[in-house]
Ligand binder design. Structure first.
Ligand code: KG4
Ligand code: ZN
Length: 354
């Protein structure tokens, strides 16, 4: 029987390797996963439909939904993994970045659960977890590799030197690229979340006459800026609508294709330069926008043209927010002896370097 300790340290009870329960609640997806000796056993995600009717994530509603989903999700995940609470060696939880109320639900539960079982707690950085999602399945990138994390909240270009060494080459100075996809989709009258809807329509058309209508202006170095294209789209549509009120309805797929090309083009230009300047030819993408068909196609085409060694794109369920990536990161931290104490607190602005 283990004793009740808030700063418990590992007891290596599982000879095969640690069994870790991981939780994710940084935004609007509640996730629970179990990993044994670095091999994922179960990954479950409970999404939150409620935000669709507001056209964006409502933080207050997100934390309430996490609070409702978390306990049933944890119990179902443990049952599916055939792991009893007393089989666990550690509990891991996302501690930031993210929405404070959402993070608090996960961290409060994790602290209480770990303390109750007398096992250690691992605090996980959500941005590191997106990157380390690449280690859940083969092929796993060799270190160092370049990773472009593209999500609704982040656009970050990194050199990943080890599971604990992340060097930021550049990031967005304003909107994230996922946010740009979502805002463009909204202007085109597509339902939330707009990124996947815009992608779907873009696949049915060519940009045609709109091929040069939108452009993301390149920032110096490896920084990104995606706020300008939103204004370009807004003014372009306003001017066209004055001439023809049915303009968007008549041209939606081609507009989607043109906007997608502009956003993807900006990402690819920076990636190509990063490969040239660093000489690192193993290139990974992570985050929800990694699901984008245009980005995937452009990556493969660029890899062939520029003779990159390999392109790594995680399975879709490990691109969007999920607990499997938290579990994978926690495994590395467990091996490195990186444990939190009972005072772990969420940090909504946690940087990948922290
Ligand atoms: O990683 P994620 O699930 O959550 C954050 O941490 O932000 O990313 C969600 C973002 C949203 O902006 C969504 O519209 C975008 O990823 N997204 C896409 C696609 N699938 C998801 N954007 C463009 N094309 C897609 N196929
Ligand atoms: Zn995320």
């Amino acid at each position: 029987m283990r004793t009740l300790k808030s700063d418990a340290r590992p007891t290596t009870e599982n000879p095969d390797g640690p069994v870790i329960l991981a939780l994710e609640s940084s935004c609007d997806d509640t996730g629970a996963a179990v990993i044994r000796a670095g091999r994922l056993l179960v990954n479950r995600t409970a999404g939150q439909e409620i935000h669709a009717r507001y056209g964006g994530v409502v933080p207050e509603l997100a934390s309430r939904a996490h609070e409702q989903h978390l306990v049933p999700l944890v119990l179902a995940t443990l049952a599916e993994a055939k792991v009893a609470p007393h089989d666990l060696d550690a509990v891991a939880v996302t501690r930031g970045p993210g929405l404070l109320g959402s993070l608090l639900v996960g961290t409060s539960f994790a602290k209480a659960f770990a303390a109750g079982l007398g096992i250690p707690l691992i605090g996980v950085n959500h941005m590191r977890a997106h990157v380390l999602a690449h280690f859940i399945e083969e092929p796993r990138p060799p270190f160092p590799f370049l990773c472009l994390t593209v999500s609704g909240g982040h656009t970050q270009l990194l050199v990943v030197r080890s599971p604990t060494n992340f060097e930021v080459m550049g990031q967005t100075m304003d909107d994230a690229v996922g946010e740009a996809f979502d805002k463009a989709a909204k202007l085109l009258g597509l339902p939330y979340p707009g990124g996947p809807a815009l992608d779907k329509l873009a696949q049915t058309a060519q940009p045609g006459p709109f091929a040069t209508a939108f452009r993301v202006n390149d920032q110096p170095g490896f920084e990104f800026s995606f706020s300008g294209i939103k204004t370009q789209i807004l003014y372009f549509l306003r001017d066209q609508n004055r001439l023809n009120p049915a303009f968007v309805d008549e041209n939606r797929p081609a507009l989607c294709a043109a906007i997608q090309d502009a956003l993807v083009g900006a990402l690819i230009r920076k990636l190509r330069r990063a490969v040239r300047e660093t000489g690192i030819r193993h290139v990974a993408i992570a985050g929800g926008v990694a699901a984008n068909s245009g980005l995937r196609a452009a990556l493969h085409a660029t890899a062939a043209q520029d003779e990159w060694a390999h392109v790594y794109i995680p399975a879709f369920e490990y691109c969007t927010d999920n607990a499997a990536m938290v579990a994978m990161t926690a495994h590395f931290q467990y091996e490195a002896g990186d444990f939190a104490d009972g005072f772990l607190t969420p940090d909504p602005r946690l940087s990948i370097a922290d």
